[in-house]
Design a protein around this ligand. Structure first.
Ligand code: HEM
Length: 419
């Protein structure tokens, strides 16, 4: 950066340097986020063609205000579709109707009521025994000889098996769905070449057809699972979900419903082991775990940016944003905003307001699966703490992440312990 740049010059400089796919930001976006947030509440990124919003109050307001900001763009491919990829999607008849994530009121309100009624607190609470038993099984079978990869051997598969159990899908699909979910993250939130994008479009077609066939089977032979409840659900006066809308809900669950929790578990172990006193503290007093998990969510959110579109001209400080603009909300920066979180770079397990993070979004779209993700993180950490009091991270390890705009978590995490 040049010295002594004026306000507009500094903002231009920040906008030019914002490269979410560059090595520096993939490695650690937080120093840049802090710098951008201190300089300006908003800037326009030519590279992404999005207005980038940096501060907690603004990010929360955009998420909250469904009248002025639409969620319609949240699932659009960041890189516009090339003609080949478009053709693949057209021929595959992939047209997920908006249901939850990329829908707006009143249609979202109806779909969300039905999804809430199917995804009950009781259904979540019932998962605790399954989560604990599966964690213990993976530890017994896969954590051997004093070494393991926490992602490969536990966090990669567990959340997928949990969500499969909820929606009624067979465990045998786990490898197919995990691969498909990663490809979908790269398709929607990556910046693939045309050739890669076309291949990823084919994967999207395969995933969509798989979901359609599964929902069709459930429509014909309903059971006791979430999918069957979703298809049975009716919103007073507004009717039920179409089969296509139910497929869209499942698509959300089969992508974001486990990749994000894999990242949360990886991030939680990483932050708690950075300083052994944290690991020891939650082992000795597991009642401290729920707030520790909130602090992990705050300091290292699995989804660190999210999108909206303005429906009217808006202002962020002195910066005017036109109607119809794509906005990129820096959830990661908002969670480190010193106006809300004192000493924001410090990992503080006892932070009183850790739950003010925006990692699950805010308002009408707030994450449907947040209680399940919290439960999974708590149970896994309880079990790991019990089994491995002296767990440590390989000192040579360096965090690698998938190259996406929004999803962030370690792809591997080598750990060791004394046998
Ligand atoms: C650590 C784990 C997770 C994180 C960080 C996370 C994060 C998010 C975020 C940021 C949103 C967007 C909110 C908004 O637009 O305001 C969201 C929505 C959503 N999440 Fe999660 N999520 C997680 C786990 C899950 C799980 C386990 C499920 C499945 C049960 C799930 C299902 C959904 C659904 C269906 C939506 C759309 C809700 C709507 O638009 O009404 N998520 N999540």
């Amino acid at each position: 950066m040049s010295e002594q740049v004026d306000g507009p010059g500094l903002i231009r400089d920040i906008a030019q340097r914002y490269d979410p796919f560059g090595a520096a930001l993939l490695d650690d976006p937080y120093p840049f986020f802090a710098e951008a947030q201190a300089a300006t509440p908003a800037f326009f990124s030519e590279r992404l063609q999005h207005w980038v919003i940096t501060r907690h109050a603004d990010v929360r307001e955009v998420l909250r205000n469904t009248t002025l900001y639409s969620a319609a763009n949240t699932l659009e491919t960041l890189k516009p579709l090339c003609p080949y990829a478009r053709q693949v999607l057209v021929e595959g008849a992939v047209r997920p109707p908006p249901a939850l994530t990329n829908n707006d009121p009143p249609s979202h309100t109806r779909a969300r009521r039905i999804a809430n009624a199917a995804f009950t607190p009781r259904r979540v609470a019932q998962m605790e025994d399954f989560i604990r038993a599966t964690t213990r099984r993976f530890i017994a079978e896969r954590f051997r000889d004093g070494r393991a990869d926490l992602i490969r051997d536990l966090a990669w598969e567990l959340p997928a098996l949990v969500i499969f159990d909820v929606i009624g899908l067979s465990d045998e699909e786990v490898h197919r769905i995990k691969a498909a979910a990663q490809n979908r993250l790269l398709f929607n939130w990556g910046f693939p070449s045309d050739e890669e994008q076309t291949a990823l479009a084919r994967d999207t077609v395969a995933l969509w057809h798989f979901i359609q066939a599964f929902v069709q089977r459930r429509a014909e032979h309903p059971g006791e699972d979430f999918t069957s409840d979703l298809l049975r659900g009716r919103d007073e006066g507004a009717g039920g979900l179409s089969q296509g809308e139910a497929c869209s809900v499942l698509l959300a669950l089969l992508v974001a419903g486990h990749e994000t929790t894999t990242s949360l578990i990886g991030n939680a172990v990483r932050w708690l082991l950075r300083d052994r006193s944290h690991w020891d503290a939650v082992r000795e007093d597991p009642t401290r775990l729920p707030n520790a998990v909130e602090e992990v969510l705050r300091i290292e959110p699995s989804i660190h940016t999210w999108r909206r579109r303005s429906l009217a001209p808006a202002r962020f400080g002195d910066i005017a944003v036109p109607s119809g603009a794509n906005l990129l909300l820096l959830i990661g920066a908002a969670n480190h905003d010193p106006a809300v979180f004192a000493d924001p770079e410090r990992f503080d397990m006892g932070r009183m307001n850790a739950r003010e993070h925006l990692s699950f979004g805010y308002g009408a779209h707030i994450c449907l699966g947040a209680p399940l993700a919290r439960l999974e993180a708590r149970v896994v950490l309880e079990e790991l703490g019990r089994a491995f009091p002296d767990l440590a991270i390989d000192p040579d390890w360096q965090m690698q992440v998938l190259p996406t705009l929004s999803f962030r978590g370690p792809t591997e995490l080598p750990v060791f312990w004394r046998n």
